[in-house]
Design a protein around this ligand. Structure first.
Ligand code: AKB
Length: 312
């Protein structure tokens, strides 16, 4: 990666990834972009990913050779606006891949545990398996995985990606996902010593702490092409946890913290359609994926970092 364009650079992943990449490759080498004007500490372009010409203009202007395509609608908000979710998630990806084909860029595109559905096995889901998701987000993620594979095979575009689990981070709140509770809970624990969770106490889902997710993106993008057996959509996870287990980990540090449950049927049914846990062994074999944060280490770090940010 030399000259990197990030779409959706001000979302939960992008906000941290742009600074992480700038610390590795240099500030001027990483161009952030967003559909609305933003103030940034490096080069910035106004890009609506549904507009091919805006992506192409930025790639030409900055001589971009890598596109990290993060602009997307997440699972819960996708169910509120399926047409918009399809347009942003699919038209956006198609435009990015077309620009990448024309200008020979490497591409990173995240898929998700949302690309699995109720007919996928529940535990330790293998890399290659049944994928029949029941959300528009999941349908767009599976279609995206296939489209990326098509561009690798048909046009030799170097497209890479992972299936991210729920991501937990302290810098930026996630927006509109089913796994958002795992971030919200920390803010409420510090501010009010209690949290009302919209998923049931035993809803088991994969999660990962943001520093591990950022490192995974760079490690995958820097891996030798011929070592990759899948290219895009590698399963990656660091922990498989329930709200009850996360609450218990917080209680070990904040003993007065309490959790109650008020189930949101939409997000609960999305979560119930996803696996309990996925198997990351292909990512480990092919590009040495190795997360550092387990539940306890992540919980400790989250609470420390949020306190430093003045959340209390
Ligand atoms: C969501 O909940 O929609 C995302 C995801 C798991 O892809 N965090």
């Amino acid at each position: 990666m030399k000259k990197i364009l990030i779409t959706g650079a001000f979302g939960q992943i992008g906000s941290e990834l742009k600074d992480y990449l700038r610390s590795i490759y240099g500030v001027s080498q990483v161009i952030s972009s967003n559909y609305e004007m933003m103030v940034d500490n490096g080069p910035f372009e106004l890009i609506d990913v549904t507009n091919y010409h805006q992506i192409e203009a930025a790639v030409i202007k900055h001589q971009v050779d890598t596109i990290i395509h993060l602009a997307a609608l997440l699972s819960a908000v996708g169910e509120e606006t399926p047409t918009l979710a399809w347009k942003i998630n699919m038209d956006g990806l198609f435009n990015v891949l077309e620009v990448a084909r024309k200008y020979k860029c490497q591409v990173f595109h995240p898929s998700s545990i949302g690309a699995f559905g109720p007919s996928t096995t529940k535990n330790n889901v293998p890399q290659v398996t049944i994928q029949r998701p029941t959300t528009i987000y999941g349908v767009s993620k599976v279609s995206g995985e296939l489209l990326c594979d098509y561009y690798v095979k048909r046009f030799n575009v170097d497209v890479r990606g992972v299936r991210f689990p729920g991501l937990i981070s302290y810098q930026m709140l996630p927006g509109g996902g089913t796994t958002d509770y795992a971030v919200d809970i920390f803010y409420e624990a510090l501010k009010h010593q209690s949290y009302t969770c919209y998923l049931s106490e035993d809803t088991q889902l994969d999660m990962m702490y943001m520093p591990d997710a950022l490192k995974a993106i760079v490690d995958l993008m820097e891996a030798p092409f011929d070592k990759l057996h899948h290219h895009n959509a590698y399963n990656v996870s660091a922990m498989s946890i329930t709200p009850k287990e996360l609450a218990q980990a917080i209680q070990e540090i904040l003993p007065d913290f309490t959790i109650r449950y008020d189930i949101d049927p939409v997000r609960q049914s999305i979560a119930d359609s996803w696996p309990n846990s996925i198997d990351s062994s292909d990512a480990k074999k092919d590009w040495n994926f190795e997360p550092h944060y387990d539940l306890q280490a992540m919980t400790k770090d989250m609470l420390e970092k949020l306190r430093k940010k003045g959340i209390q």
